[in-house]
Design a protein around this ligand. Structure first.
Ligand SMILES: NC(=O)c1ccc[n+]([C@@H]2O[C@H](COP(=O)([O-])OP(=O)(O)OC[C@H]3O[C@@H](n4cnc5c(N)ncnc54)[C@H](O)[C@@H]3O)[C@@H](O)[C@H]2O)c1
Length: 288
């Protein structure tokens, strides 16, 4: 006969019924753009570091050798296992050979994060083919390549996370970056549906106004302050806010979450004091 104690033991036997830290022991995590590109750190690096700290073997895929080697050293210093693999994500052959090298070294791929992106803050109707193509390559086709080649080796299920941008929520100016990240989000949702039958989850994180290596390239302190004021929570985020959400989505904590794009953005744009109360006055009679 069941007692309440039995019921408790039965239901809390679920791996999620714990508040202890998530472990990724025995998993292999491929993090594209995981290099440590500057003293402020990056989203990709922070994801790679969290995965390494949780026990995963981390493949840092980055075209910048110095950034890749720095990331590997930081992960190893924290007790993790990592290795740098060179690839240019705008080139299919390069991505395919890096993915193959990861599998030769670590034997499998379970987790994939792609943080590579940037550029294109110019009106789409004022640029030439090459510039448009460059932004699409970096922000969209790169992820398509990484997922395409990596999923072939994800034979035991797994999880993929893409890194999008709050730029997808804007209406203008029509930036190639906005277009590319919107395509990336569609790819994320579509890949989730394609890979679900194999137990592979695919989600995205839509990044708000964070400070890090990416933002620091080309922003003045004044612009940074204005950006901070435009956040609902009135603070700028950090790369760790994004990495923390990505880590959740990569981990088994999110084992039933797929095809989602999670906005991590301090609550979105600040709603400044509203100067009116639209619709609150009684309707005026039409003039006769
Ligand atoms: N910081 C923000 O305000 C903000 C806002 C919205 C979205 N984002 C997104 O966050 C991501 C920024 O990532 P991050 O913080 O890791 O940036 P980062 O600059 O720290 O890292 C990017 C890494 O990618 C590597 N890389 C660049 N091009 C490559 C290529 N062609 N092939 C291989 N490696 C390449 C670089 O060497 C670098 O190590 C981007 O996707 C960006 O669109 C940032």
């Amino acid at each position: 006969m069941s007692t309440t104690d039995d019921w408790a033991a039965q239901t809390t036997a679920d791996p999620l019924a714990t508040t202890e830290g998530e472990r990724l022991d025995g998993r292999v995590a491929l993090v594209a753009g995981g290099g440590l590109s500057g003293p402020l750190g990056g989203v990709g690096f922070s994801i790679a570091w969290l995965c390494g700290s949780a026990g995963a073997h981390v493949a840092v895929v980055d075209r910048d050798q110095a950034a890749g080697v720095r990331a590997v050293a930081a992960i190893r210093d924290a007790g993790g296992e990592a290795e740098w693999f060179s690839a240019d994500v705008t080139d299919s052959a390069s991505v395919e050979s890096a993915v193959d090298a990861v599998v030769r070294r670590f034997g499998r791929i379970d987790l994939v994060a792609d943080s590579i992106g940037g550029g294109g803050a110019v009106p789409a109707l004022e640029i030439d083919d090459d510039e448009f193509d460059r932004v699409m390559q970096l922000n969209f086709l790169s992820a398509w390549r990484i997922i395409k080649f990596a999923q072939r080796h994800m034979t035991a299920g797994g999880s993929v996370v893409t890194i999008s941008s709050g730029a997808t929520e804007g209406r203008g100016p029509t930036m190639p970056y906005t277009i590319a990240k919107t395509a990336l989000e569609k790819l994320t949702v579509g890949a989730a549906s394609s890979l679900a039958p194999r137990g592979i989850r695919v989600n995205g994180v839509r990044v708000g106004m964070i400070w890090g290596a990416f933002a620091a390239r080309g922003m003045t302190e004044e612009q940074r302050e204005l950006r901070r004021q435009n956040v609902a929570l009135q603070t700028e985020g950090t790369v760790w806010d994004i990495a923390s959400a990505a880590f959740f989505l990569l981990s088994d904590r999110a084992r039933w979450v797929s095809g989602q794009v999670l906005a991590v953005d301090g609550g979105g744009f600040a709603m400044k004091a509203n100067t009116g109360a639209a619709g609150s006055a009684p309707a005026r009679k039409a003039a006769s």
